[in-house]
Design a protein around this ligand. Sequence first.
Ligand code: FES
Ligand code: FES
Length: 239
Amino acid sequence: MIVPFDTEPEGEELEQEEKELEKHGLHFELSRRRFMQTAGVISAGVAVGAHNAGAAETPGSKTQAITLKVNGQSKALSLDARTSLLDALRESMELTGTKKGCDHGQCGACTVLIDGRRVNSCLTLAFAAEGSEITTIEGLATHSDPKDASELHPVQAAFLEHDGYQCGYCTPGQICSAVAAVEEHKRGDLSIVSFHTGKVDHPEMTDDEVRERMSGNICRCGAYPNIVAAVRAVSGASA
Ligand code: FES
Ligand code: FES
């Protein structure tokens, strides 16, 4: 079943209208419209998928041009409008550092940064990230020599120093999440723990603060004590 957009313009009329919106700085309206178009394609795809499970292509699939800026480099791609950012990174850009755990927004293995904010890339449409700066685990270090740990991002170096991983599957997501958590703490963002303890004026990164702020990232190996130690060390928390 295709969801019709009876009230929305199409073809040249649509292009003309989008140009007008851009000309008048109505980017919000433009974004809303594009979101609705993408959501409509997804709805159509889900409905078709229910009748046609396993088919490689469904009548709801629609490939569109997209440019994603990842780790400072722009790449033009052609993607199904329903592609998650996670799949775009892993399948179309060969950036397999970002891991797929649950694919349902529950484990945090797929965490990347969009404009410095942590997101679950399995729950983010690639098209929603167009125009943003995306940073993955591959983009954190600036080193030229992979063996030189001194050139790693400070959070990566802290994970190494504090042995913050076992199998390593959750680690890229943990590290991306920790990078943002440290920045959030630096600028004074509060967590529910801050309110519970009453320390709302730049609270120290205690174990509880770190656990709360990193609670979206699951480690099946249970490396939590060392992960907490690594994040605290980067935050400059006292022992
Ligand atoms: Fe995205 Fe688990 S793979 S949250
Ligand atoms: Fe294995 Fe976290 S180190 S899942």
